[in-house]
Design a protein around this ligand. Structure first.
Ligand code: NAD
Length: 486
C-alpha cells in the first residue's frame, strides 16, 4: 500500500455500546420512608423518561405533602438514636454505603446515563466514583468533627431536608447526604423529577447497608414536593442545589424561621485564557469546561474570555477541536456529548441561542448527525458577543460557549466579575504569580488554574452573589450540618 493510500484511510470509531442487560430496575418505585418503599399517599406515579430515546424507563412515585409529613415523623423518631450513636459506628454505615456504591457502580452508571442522558464515560468515570469518594471522605470525618470546626464542641442540627437538581443526580445526593449523616443528622432527600432513579437505588443501598430506618428518606416528586418539604416547619435545615429562581423562593419562604439554609445555585463562570498560556492545553480545558455533561454544569465555563492577541488562534484551535466531538448515544463509550436532559431544557437552550443570534452574535454549531429521537443540541460557539448580550449574562445550561475578549489583566478581572453570579472561574497562564493575583481578585467560590471542572471531596465548593451561600466538600462542608456548642 502506498503512503498516499495509507494516509487517506478515514478512521472512524466502531460503535461501543454499554449493555443494560445487567441492571436490575423495578417497574415501579414508591417513596422511601422509614427504611421501606411504600406507595405515595396520593397513589400517583409518573414515568421517568430516557431523554436519548424518549422511552419510559420506570414509574416513580409523585411524593406529596402527606409523604413529607410521614418522612419527617420517621426522621424525628430515628434522630435521637442516630445522633447518640458512637461516632465510629456512624462512620461504619457511611463506609458500607461507599463500598456498596462501588460494588454496584456499573449498574449505577448505566442507570444514571439512561435516566439523565449524560455520556456513560462520564457517569462511569466521574459521577459514580466521586459519589463513593464523598461517602468515604465524610466517613473519615465522623469521629473527628471537632477538628473540622476549629476544635470547638459541636452537635448535629437534627432533621435536614435536601433538594437536588438533575445534572449530577447521584453525585449531588452524595454531596448532601454524606456530610449530613457523618455529622449525626438524619436526612430527607428530594431528587429532581427527571432523574430520580439513582437516588432510589441509593435507597436500596441504604437498606443493604442496614442503615437504621428513618435516617435517610428519599422523596421523589416535582417542585411542589420540594416546596412542601421547605415549608414543613419541623425541619432544622434545608440544603438546596438548583436554580437561582427557586433558591430565591426558598429563601423567602424560610425568612424569619429558625430553619437554617444553604443554597448552591446557578452560574455563568468565566474561563480566562491569557496570551502566555499553553494554548493547546487551554483548548482541552475549554472543551471540558463547557461540553462536559452537555454543559449542564452549574460551574460550566460558559463565558470564555480570551486575550485579544491570541483570540484568532484560540478560536481556530477550539473550532477544530469541537469538530472532533462525538455527539450521540450516551450509552456508547466513545460519546463525548450525550442527550439534553429534557424537552423543557432543550427549549430553554434553543430560546437563548436564538436570542444570541437576534442580538447580533455570530453562531457556529458543529455539523453532526443527531439521532432521530431524543433531545439533542450540537456543541455551539458564539463570537462577536458583547457583555450585555443575554448569552453572556444568563445561564444557558447547555453546550454553548460565548467568547468575549480582553486586553489587560485588569480588564480580564473586571469582565470576569461583571456577572450577578460568582460560582467558578478558570485561569490559563504559564505565570504562577499572575494566576494567584487574578484568582484572589475574582468573585468566584472556586478558581481552577490550568484545569477546569476538577472535583474532589476534599475541596470546598460553593458560590458568591446569586450563586448562593454555604460550602459543600472538604472540612468546610461539615459546618452547615453542625451547631457549635462552645
Ligand atoms: P430547579 O431549581 O428547577 O430544580 C432543582 C430542584 O428543586 C428539583 O429537585 C426541583 O424539583 C426542586 N424544586 C423546584 N421548585 C421548587 C420549589 N419551589 N421549592 C423547592 N424545591 C423546588 O433547577 P434545575 O433546573 O433542576 O437544575 C439546574 C440548576 O441547578 C441550574 O441553575 C444549575 O446551575 C443549578 N446547579 C447548581 C449547583 C451548585 O452546586 N451550585 C450544582 C448543580 C446545579
Amino acid at each position: 500500500m502506498s503512503t498516499e493510500t495509507r494516509t487517506s484511510i478515514v478512521w472512524d470509531y466502531a460503535p461501543a455500546p454499554e449493555s443494560s442487560d445487567h441492571i436490575r430496575l423495578n417497574d415501579r418505585y414508591g417513596v422511601f420512608i422509614d427504611g421501606e418503599f411504600r406507595d405515595p399517599a396520593s397513589g400517583r406515579y409518573v414515568p421517568t423518561i430516557n431523554p436519548a430515546t424518549e422511552q419510559p424507563i420506570a414509574e416513580v412515585a409523585d411524593g406529596g405533602p402527606d409523604d413529607v409529613i410521614a418522612a419527617v415523623e420517621a426522621a424525628r423518631s430515628a434522630y435521637p438514636k442516630w445522633a447518640a450513636l458512637k461516632d465510629l459506628e456512624r462512620a461504619k454505615y457511611l463506609f458500607r454505603i461507599a463500598r456498596l456504591i462501588q460494588e454496584r457502580s456499573r449498574e449505577l452508571a448505566v442507570v444514571e446515563t439512561m435516566d439523565g442522558g449524560k455520556p456513560l464515560r462520564e457517569s462511569r468515570d466521574v459521577d459514580i466514583p466521586l459519589a463513593a469518594a464523598h461517602f468515604f471522605y465524610y466517613a473519615g470525618w465522623a469521629d473527628k468533627l471537632r477538628y473540622g470546626v476549629a476544635a470547638r464542641e459541636v452537635a448535629p442540627l437534627g432533621v435536614v431536608g435536601q433538594i437536588v437538581p438533575w445534572n449530577f443526580p447521584l453525585l449531588m445526593a452524595a454531596w448532601k447526604l454524606a456530610p449530613a449523616l457523618a455529622c449525626g443528622n438524619v436526612a430527607i432527600l428530594k431528587p429532581a423529577e427527571t432523574t430520580p432513579l439513582t437516588a432510589l437505588l441509593l435507597a436500596e443501598i441504604c437498606q443493604e447497608a442496614e442503615l437504621p430506618p428513618g435516617v435517610v428518606s428519599i422523596l421523589p416528586g416535582n417542585g411542589d414536593t420540594g416546596a412542601a418539604l421547605v415549608r414543613q416547619n419541623k425541619i432544622d435545615k434545608i440544603a438546596f442545589t438548583g436554580s437561582t429562581a427557586v433558591g430565591r423562593d426558598i429563601q423567602a419562604a424560610l425568612a424569619g424561621t429558625n430553619t437554617r439554609l444553604t443554597l448552591e445555585l446557578g452560574g455563568k463562570s468565566a474561563n480566562i485564557v491569557f496570551e502566555d498560556a499553553a494554548l493547546d492545553q487551554a483548548v482541552e480545558g475549554i472543551v471540558n469546561g463547557i461540553f462536559f455533561n452537555q454543559g449542564h454544569v452549574c460551574c460550566a465555563g460558559s463565558r470564555l474570555l480570551i486575550q485579544e492577541s491570541v483570540r484568532e488562534e484560540v478560536i481556530a484551535k477550539l473550532w477544530r477541536r469541537m469538530g472532533l466531538l462525538r455527539v450521540g448515544d450516551p450509552m456508547d463509550k466513545n460519546t463525548d456529548v450525550g442527550a439534553i436532559n429534557s424537552a423543557e431544557q432543550l427549549e430553554r437552550i434553543e430560546t437563548l441561542v436564538a436570542a444570541g443570534e437576534d442580538e447580533g452574535a455570530s453562531r457556529r454549531t458543529i455539523e453532526c448527525e443527531l439521532p432521530a429521537r431524543g433531545y439533542w443540541f450540537a456543541p455551539t460557539l458564539f463570537t462577536d458577543v458583547s457583555p450585555a448580550h443575554r448569552i453572556a449574562v444568563e445561564e444557558i445550561f447547555g453546550p454553548v460557549v460565548s467568547v468575549l475578549t480582553f486586553r489587560t489583566q485588569a480588564e480580564a478581572i473586571e469582565r470576569a466579575n461583571n456577572s450577578r453570579y460568582g460560582l467558578a472561574a478558570g485561569i490559563w497562564t504559564d505565570k504562577g504569580a499572575k494566576a494567584f493575583e487574578v484568582a484572589s481578585a475574582l468573585n468566584a467560590g472556586v478558581v481552577w488554574q490550568n484545569t477546569y471542572n476538577h472535583f474532589d471531596p476534599t475541596a470546598a465548593f460553593g458560590g458568591y452573589k446569586e450563586s448562593g451561600f454555604g460550602r459543600e466538600g472538604g472540612p468546610a462542608g461539615l459546618r452547615p450540618y453542625l451547631r457549635v456548642i462552645r
